[in-house]
Design a protein around this ligand. Sequence first.
Ligand code: PFF
Length: 460
Amino acid sequence: MVSRRQSIHGEWSSRWAFILAATGSAVGLGNIWKFPYMTGENGGGAFVLVYLLCVAVIGIPIMMAETMLGRRGRQSPINTMQTLAIEAGHTPRWHFVGWIGVLAGFLILSYYSVIAGWALAYVLRTGTGVFTGATADGVEAIFSDFVSNPESLLGWHTLFMAMTMIVVARGVQGGLEKAVKFLMPGLFIILVVLVGYAMNAGEFAQAMRYLFSPSFENLSPEAILAAMGQAFFSLSLGMGAIMVYGSYLPHDASIAGTSVRIAIADTLVAVLAGMAIFPLVFAHNLEPGAGPGLIFQTLPLVFGHMPGGVVFGTLFFVLLVFAAWTSSISLIEPAVAYLVENRGVRRSNAAVIVAGACWALGLLTVLSFNVWSDVHPLGMFETFKDKTPFDLLDYLTSNIMLPLGGFMIAIFSVWIMSRDASRDELDLHEGWEYPAWRFLVRYVTPVAVVTIFLNAIDAI
Ligand code: PFF
């Protein structure tokens, strides 16, 4: 047995608290907002299949690796990587993996908060009955009116960022644990009801075919990259969010079991969201590839027509805000933990600094939907020709930084760290699990990430 480190930030009160917090991080806008519109933009079933494959063979092993590194290092990802590299007799420069993660989290939160602000705004709209009896065109018009107004987007973004800052300032147990306990089950139930509604009111069979019968002819290298990126994004992997949560995990908790549970819950929520939305898309002749506005242009239609839709719809958007909240907290936790450890900044001040900077960067996204909707900074490349600053931030983080971070984490866990150390921390001493994990992380993950990268580069 090796000596155990302690985290200066505290520990989860139990393994259950970690599961809740990590699920809170994983389940968010990525599942309910992003998964459906990415599926629509990338042609349906084949994208979903690649996504599911990525979750199973890359996502779960990397989640185990991240949690394992976090619990072994017991510090912010930057310091964890450095400490573990030194322990394994390698260069402390491995801390750069933590830095990429901090930067990715920072960039993601800048736009995540803007979209979460949309959900906040929709709580109010749904709650005041704006959508009652609305038509598909009406709902679309309300959405485009809403995003065309930068001041209002900025206001909601500011509110959401302030909410994130407050919880992070309160620390691991005070803030994070409490928020998740009731919200995740609530969200799940609401989604199941929505799927039930879509079964009756929408083109359910067509949607199921769209989602689950893959047609590989429209699966481009770009779509494969997007599916992998979505798997990383949705599971909160590749940037240290799960690592930092793992650093607060008590020693007696099984990492493999928790990772599998979290991945299943996360995937189920995404698939349910798809099953709720696409029947409506087809029933109302909406465009599956409508982009980031998709759920805001479809779900209000349901809430406008179902009995009790005002109450139910409001509850849905409230829960979506909570799901986004518990994810956004994990997006800045690596940066905050670093400032507390290395710069001696008080947790509350660190939260203000990081959230403030993210808020400012969020202006790029706010403007991307209105004033700058025709600004395409990388327009000279075919792949990026229609991409606004928001699209580019999303592409850079989900499709490049997170898979790259995951790749480095994989390499580190099996090529740098000793077999004894990882086996001890994962606590998989007998059976097939450890060899299977090691094989996946050693060969499958790196090869898959590199191949998918190379193919996509080729297509640019
Ligand atoms: N997994 C979150 C979602 O699906 O909404 C987003 C996210 C959180 C991505 C934390 C990355 C991260 F580190």
